[in-house]
Design a binder for this molecule. Structure first.
Ligand code: HEM
Length: 502
C-alpha cells in the first residue's frame, strides 16, 4: 500500500510541476491589465486546426474594436498581439531599435550544423544581421537588376517557347504552379549560378534541379514547424526534423557554387556579366569571404526567391482567370507597352499602373508572410490612445498580424473580393506608413529581395498574358477560403487553367 501511495504522490508532484511549467507565464498580461483570450495548456491560443494566420485573425476580430493590443500565448510563450496598425508601424519602423530582432532567428535550431541557412539574414540578429543583410541586399538593387535584365528576357523567351509547344493545337490546360516554379527556378539558376537548369524545356519531365528546390522548400517548412511544435520543450527539437536545410541541400548548394566558379573562370565572355554570381565573386575578394559564406548568400536568394515569387505570380494568374474583365484590361496595358523585341523594358515594367494594381491586390489577398514577430531588444513602452503606457521588457515578443490588417473591411472594403481597382491612384507607401499594407514587412527588416521578387512576378505575367487568354475550365479550383499546408496561405492543390493562344 505504502509504495503505491508514494508512487501516486510522486506522479502527482510531477504532474503539478509540468502544469506549473506549462502555465508559468499565463499571468503575464493579467498583471499588466491587458485583455486577451484564455490560453489552453500546451497549445496556448493556437488551435492547431487551421493555418496560424486564421488563429491570429480570430483573436484580432474578437478584440480589435475595443483594444489596440492584446496578450496571447503561442504554447506557453506570451506574445503581445498588435491590433492597431499604428502601433505596428512603431514596432517595425519608428521604434525599431527596441524591436530589432526577428523571432524567425529562433526557427534555426543549430547554427553549427545548419551552416548554410545560418547565413540568411532572416535567421540573424544584431551586428551579424546587419552585415549579412547589407551584403545580400547590395547585389539586388534596382540598378543591379536593370543591368541583369537580359537574363529575364532570355528566360521569358524560354517560357514563351515552352507555352507555344504546349499549346500546339491552339489551346491547352496547364498546371500553372508547376509552370511558374519552373520559371522562377530557371531565372535564379541563371542569375545566381550562371547555369541553365533546363526547367523550362518541358512541363512533365522530372527535373533534378526543380526537385532539389522543392525538397528544400518542404524542409524549410519542417524546420519552422519543429520550432512551433517544440515550444514547451525546445530541447526536444533535436529529435525532430529540425534543420532548415538538409545536409544534402547544403552539399548541393556548395557544389553548384564550386561548379559555377570554375565555369566563370574558364568562360572569359561571362567575367563581366551583370549577375549575382559576379557580384558575390567581387564581394568575396573585397571582404575575404569564405566559400561557405558565398554559398550562404547564394542560397539565401535562391530559397527566399524561388517559392515566394512563383506563389505571387500563379495566384495573380489564378485571380485573373476568374476575372476575365480584369485580365483583358491588363492585357491591353501590356500589349500597348511592348517594344519592338516583344518585351517591356525594366523601367516601363516597374511603372505599368494596372499591372502594379493586380500584383498589389494579389499580395493583399494571399500575403505570403502572414505575420511578423519581433523580439524586444531594449526595454520600451507602447503608448495607447487613452494614455496608458504598456511596458515591454527585453526578450518579450510583439506580433504584427499582417494578414488580418489586409483582410479587415475597415481598411479594405470587401476584403475577400479580388479588386485591383481598389489600388487605383493609391499611394502604396502611404498605406505602408499607416501599417495596413505590409506584404513585404516594413522598416529596416523589410524584405530585401522585393525588387527581385516583383520583377519575377511581373515578367511571368507579361509573358503569359501577351500571348494567351486564360480561362476557367472544369478543373480550375473556385475562389474559396485560402488554406494551405505550408507557411503561405493560398489555394491548395493544382491550378489548372485553359491557355488559349491569341
Ligand atoms: C514576392 C516575393 C516576396 C515576398 C512577398 C516577400 C515577403 C517578405 C516578408 C513579408 C519578409 C519579412 C519582413 C519582416 O520580417 O517583417 C521578408 C523578409 C525577407 N525576404 Fe522576402 N519576400 C519576397 C521575395 C524575396 C526574394 C526574391 C528574396 C531574395 C533575396 C527575399 C529575401 C528576404 C530576406 C533575406 C528577408 C529577411 C530580411 C531581414 O530580416 O532583414 N524575399 N520577405
Amino acid at each position: 500500500m505504502v509504495p503505491l501511495l508514494v508512487t501516486l504522490a510522486l506522479l502527482a508532484a510531477v504532474a503539478f510541476l509540468i502544469h506549473k511549467y506549462l502555465t508559468w507565464h499565463y499571468d503575464t498580461f493579467k498583471k499588466l491589465g491587458i485583455a486577451g483570450p484564455e490560453p489552453k495548456i500546451w497549445l496556448g491560443n493556437l488551435t492547431g486546426k487551421q493555418h496560424i494566420a486564421y488563429d491570429y485573425d480570430d483573436i484580432y476580430n474578437k478584440y480589435k474594436q475595443k483594444h489596440q493590443i492584446v496578450g496571447m500565448f503561442v504554447s506557453r510563450d506570451p506574445q503581445f498581439l498588435i491590433l492597431d496598425p499604428k502601433l505596428a508601424h512603431e514596432v517595425l519602423v519608428t521604434n525599431f531599435k527596441s524591436f530589432r530582432d526577428n523571432l524567425g532567428s529562433k526557427f534555426l535550431y543549430d547554427r553549427e550544423e545548419d551552416t548554410v541557412a545560418a547565413l540568411n539574414p532572416f535567421f540573424n540578429v544584431g551586428e551579424e544581421w546587419k552585415t549579412k543583410r547589407s551584403d545580400v541586399m547590395s547585389g539586388l538593387t534596382q540598378h543591379k537588376l536593370t543591368s541583369a535584365y537580359p537574363i529575364w528576357k532570355t528566360c521569358t523567351q524560354k517560357l514563351g517557347k515552352l507555352l507555344k509547344a504546349e499549346t500546339i493545337k491552339g489551346s491547352s490546360i496547364i498546371e500553372t504552379k508547376n509552370l511558374l516554379l519552373r520559371y522562377t527556378s530557371n531565372i535564379l539558376g541563371e542569375f545566381l549560378w550562371g547555369i541553365e537548369t533546363k526547367t523550362l524545356e518541358s512541363l512533365d519531365e522530372p527535373n533534378p534541379y526543380l526537385e532539389v528546390a522543392q525538397r528544400n522548400m518542404f524542409q524549410v517548412f519542417q524546420g519552422f514547424m519543429s520550432y512551433f511544435k517544440c515550444i514547451p520543450f525546445p530541447w526536444y527539437r533535436r529529435f525532430t526534423n529540425y534543420r532548415i536545410f538538409t545536409a544534402e541541400s547544403d552539399q548541393l548548394f556548395s557544389q553548384f557554387t564550386k561548379d559555377a566558379y570554375a565555369l566563370r573562370e574558364r568562360d572569359a565572355s561571362k567575367k563581366n556579366q551583370a549577375d549575382f554570381l559576379n557580384y558575390v565573386r567581387q564581394l568575396q575578394e573585397k571582404k575575404n569571404l569564405t566559400h561557405n559564406e558565398v554559398v550562404g548568400y547564394l542560397a539565401t536568394v535562391f530559397v527566399d526567391g524561388f517559392d515566394t515569387a512563383a506563389t505571387v505570380a500563379f495566384h495573380t494568374l489564378f485571380y485573373l482567370t476568374h476575372h476575365p474583365e480584369y485580365q483583358e484590361k491588363l492585357r491591353k496595358e501590356i500589349l500597348s507597352n511592348l517594344e519592338a523585341d516583344g518585351h517591356i523594358n525594366y523601367q516601363a515594367l516597374s511603372l505599368l499602373p494596372y499591372l502594379d494594381q493586380c500584383v498589389h491586390e494579389t499580395l493583399r489577398m494571399i500575403s505570403p508572410l502572414t505575420f511578423t514577430s519581433r523580439i524586444c531588444t531594449e526595454p520600451t513602452e507602447l503608448v495607447l490612445d487613452d494614455g496608458r503606457r504598456i511596458p515591454i521588457e527585453k526578450g518579450q515578443v510583439a506580433t504584427v498580424p499582417v494578414f488580418s490588417y489586409l483582410h479587415d473591411p475597415e481598411y479594405f472594403e470587401e476584403p475577400m473580393e479580388f479588386k485591383p481597382e481598389r489600388f487605383e491612384n493609391v499611394d502604396i507607401s502611404e498605406l505602408t506608413k499607416r501599417g495596413i499594407f505590409l506584404p513585404f514587412g516594413d522598416g529596416p527588416r523589410i524584405c530585401l529581395g522585393r525588387h527581385l521578387g516583383v520583377l519575377q512576378v511581373k515578367t511571368a505575367i507579361v509573358e503569359v498574358l501577351k500571348n494567351y487568354r486564360l480561362k476557367v475550365c472544369d478543373k480550375t479550383p473556385p475562389i474559396a477560403k485560402l488554406e494551405s499546408q505550408t507557411l503561405i496561405v493560398g489555394v491548395d492543390g493544382d491550378l489548372l487553367f485553359e491557355y488559349e493562344r491569341l
